[in-house]
Design a protein. Structure first.
Length: 548
């Protein structure tokens, strides 16, 4: 007789699950064994944290919940960072773990931890499967809750004796009901139109929710109809193409960056798919004097610097089309848009010609852009490298520059790149990471080699937690306890069976990137970076009073 583990796998197959990322344990061997005979590919990782990041990036790129799996106790706890990252980044994910049997979960016993209690604060829903009969309903709920706006992570603990129990007769996965797109309220559109019709200088802000909802084309159409500038969040990069003449670039940097001047001059902000955890709205509305029209699938969170004049809930593309019909435009050309674009372009152009060694951050960004196509994917890990990539890396399509700006965790990019390549095997995928973040999950190089997943990792080497050093120097005038040593990264890569490269001159980076990205194997590139540019940048931005 088939076990309940087989029923669980059937539920996963019914949900369209392609991959389960995880590390097995004694208490879930039935599940792992059942996956062997299924249509689902089990990707064995070297750490559960990496498995959770892989599931998160799968969910972000597909809109369907990525699945990660672990054993009970320490294995389950190791999943938590990626689970929390998914929830704060509004990404669908279903986390599964084993749990001790029901015969001892109620008492002090080996490896007993209240896993549901641990996962509940970092998920949309967390629960324990109490019996085989509960599996179809609870697994359907886990996926439905994870994938419904606002998406996030869910968690199910499966007791060992429940997983191993015989599957009751007549149980089967439940049918899938898809949530349909909602039309915006005509009354709310009319109210928003009144606000926008009286605007002198409106600006559009596109967040990751716009990418999630496939609203990029509608954004471009509305921006052109109204002739208004558009900025994105770091998390939303690419939903509005950076080579469009109305593009201002990304906002979210620690200082008043070029794009922020576009908000200084605006009196109305049309925020599309923006979520407050992406960055503090005080950066774009410090005086609380701008009217905000919030367009999303769900209401805005409350914030003193984000006073919503009108909220429109519903399908984002339909909402933008309705606004365009109600307010035909165009508005007067926003002053400074061209100057802001010129400043970004000039900084990147200067960087592309900077031959210093170690390399200037701007040079690394410029060469990364030159090595990748418009649809190729780069994952920018958290740290100083993220700040440079988020500010300067021109992005032309949604979800092609992946940044964590909800939890902003380190260590996601390398394992996440494996998932990105599985989702898009036709594209080049690059993980760009600082050396601090690299060693947090570098064990997954072995996973990529073993699973034959082509992967390129560009390591920005400065032997420091560079972003923390930058912040300490800015605020304290000195830094401490941020410096560390590194292994020989070329030999380290080769020890896993990957190819290792060391950049020894500025002119070597671009050809090395192109060679590595063209390879069908796994490549690690060590590139020394000169972060003296960090303080020069913040000093320069601090002296800038207007962009033109």
């Amino acid at each position: 007789m088939a076990s309940t583990a087989r029923l669980i796998v059937g539920c996963l197959e019914a949900e369209g699950v392609e991959f389960v990322f995880g590390v097995p344990g004694e208490e879930n061997i039935g599940l792992v064994d059942s996956l062997t005979d299924s249509s689902i590919r089990y990707v064995l990782t070297r750490h559960e944290q990496a498995a959770s990041f892989m599931a998160e990036i799968y969910g972000r790129l597909t809109g369907r919940a990525g699945v990660c799996s672990a054993t009970l106790g320490p294995g389950a706890i190791n999943l938590q960072l990626g689970v929390a990252d998914a929830t704060t980044n509004s990404t669908p994910l279903v986390a599964l773990s084993a749990q001790v049997g029901l015969d001892r979960i109620y008492k002090e016993s080996h490896q007993v931890v209240d896993l549901v209690g641990l996962f509940r604060p970092i998920t949309k829903w967390a629960d324990l499967v109490p019996a085989p009969e509960a599996v179809p309903e609870m697994f359907r709920r886990a996926f439905k809750v994870a994938q419904t706006e606002r998406p996030g992570a869910t968690y199910l603990a499966v007791p060992e004796d429940v997983e191993g129990a015989p599957m009751p007769d007549g149980l089967a996965p439940l049918p899938i009901n898809r949530v349909r797109a909602e039309e915006p309220s005509p009354a709310q559109v009319a109210r928003a139109a009144d606000v926008l019709a009286g605007a002198r200088s409106p600006i559009l802000l596109a967040g990751h929710g716009a990418a999630r909802d496939g609203a990029g084309d509608a954004l471009v159409k509305l921006a052109e109809l109204w002739n208004v500038p558009v900025a994105t969040t770091f998390h939303g990069k690419g939903v509005f193409p950076d080579d469009h003449p109305n593009a201002l670039g990304a906002v979210g940097f620690m200082r008043h960056d070029y794009a922020n001047f576009g908000f200084d001059q605006a009196d109305v902000i049309l925020a599309v798919g923006y979520e407050l955890q992406e960055f503090d709205p005080a950066k774009i509305n410090p005086k609380r004097d701008k009217q905000i029209v919030h367009v999303h699938r769900f209401p805005a969170e409350v914030d003193d610097h984000y006073p919503v004049a009108v909220g429109i809930e519903g399908d984002l593309s339909r909402s933008l089309a309705a606004l365009g019909a109600a307010v035909p435009g165009p508005f007067p050309a926003a002053p400074g848009t061209a100057a802001i674009r010129d400043l970004l372009a000039e900084e990147l152009t200067r960087g592309a010609g900077d031959d210093r060694f170690p390399l200037a951050p701007q040079r690394i960004v410029a060469d990364t852009r030159a090595a990748l196509g418009r649809e190729d994917i780069v994952l920018a890990d958290t740290g100083a490298a993220k700040m440079w990539m988020a500010r300067l890396y021109p992005t032309y399509a949604p979800n092609t520059c992946l940044i964590s700006n909800g939890l902003s965790t380190m260590g996601f990019a390398l394992p996440g790149a494996l998932a990105a390549r599985l989702v898009h095997p036709e594209r080049k995928v690059l993980a760009t990471v600082g050396d601090g973040a690299f060693l947090m999950n570098s064990q997954e190089i072995e996973t990529a080699v073993r699973e034959r997943i082509p992967l390129t990792v560009l390591v920005w080497v400065d032997n420091s937690y560079g972003l923390i050093e930058w912040k300490m120097n800015l605020e304290l005038g000195r830094h401490s306890h941020v410096r560390f040593g590194n292994p020989d990264l070329v030999k380290y890569a080769e020890s896993f069976g990957a190819r290792g490269y060391e950049v020894k001159a500025a002119g070597e980076l671009l050809p090395t990137l192109r060679e590595a990205l063209a390879d069908d194997g796994v490549s690690i590139i060590a590139c020394p970076v000169d972060y003296s540019e960090n303080l020069r940048l913040t000093d320069r931005l601090g002296e800038l009073t207007e962009p033109f």
